[in-house]
Design a protein around this ligand. Structure first.
Ligand code: NI
Length: 183
């Protein structure tokens, strides 16, 4: 019994906060120590991200306000990247790419960001490392670090566009509440 319970807990994706939930605006605190709980959270975040499916997820999005990010931009979903306490140490170039977010489902908009970055972080084993990234990975890293600072990709859009998206999301949430009330 105990075993099956643990398995069912492990495979259940974590609930993802949706824009405009104010909890998405909180600043995440650094991780002091990559202990068993952090590793468990990282693994649970990967499950949640793959299940969604998405290519990146920040702990903020699952209402855990710690500086933890999981990313996998590979086609096969076999290149998991864990960034704990990530910091951009270099950001160069400027490019535009269409972005989406698991916290703003169905919305895709073009955002201007650096095209090449170097990030310093701690991995799932608690070891510090640095890596260079470009293309989609560079964009994803910047998008996820923004989440840890309470920032969303819609913040880069005009306020008119952002309020339109906010109204759309609020309408969706109301419709889901109505559906829930009917059942
Ligand atoms: Ni996002």
């Amino acid at each position: 019994m105990r075993v099956s319970l643990e398995i069912s807990v492990a495979v259940t994706p974590l609930p993802i906060l949706l824009f405009p939930d104010p909890l998405l605006r909180r600043t995440a605190a650094p991780v002091d120590n990559v202990d068993g709980q952090v590793v468990e959270l990282v693994d649970h975040m990967f499950q949640t991200m793959y299940d969604a499916p998405g290519i990146g997820l920040a702990a903020t999005q699952v209402d855990v306000h710690r500086r933890i990010v999981v990313i996998d931009v590979s086609d096969e979903g076999d290149a998991p990247l864990t960034l704990i306490n990530p910091e951009l140490v270099l950001a160069e170039g400027q490019g535009e790419m269409q972005e989406g977010c698991l916290s703003i489902p169905g919305v895709y908009e073009t955002v201007k960001r650096s095209t090449e970055v170097r990030v310093r972080a701690v991995n799932r084993d608690g070891e510090p490392f640095e890596m260079d990234a470009d293309g989609l990975l560079a964009v994803c890293i910047q998008h996820e670090i923004d989440h840890l600072d309470g920032k969303l990709f819609v913040d880069y859009l005009s306020s008119l566009k952002r309020s339109r998206i906010r109204r759309k999301m609020e309408k969706l949430a109301r419709e889901e509440d109505d559906d829930a009330a009917l059942t």
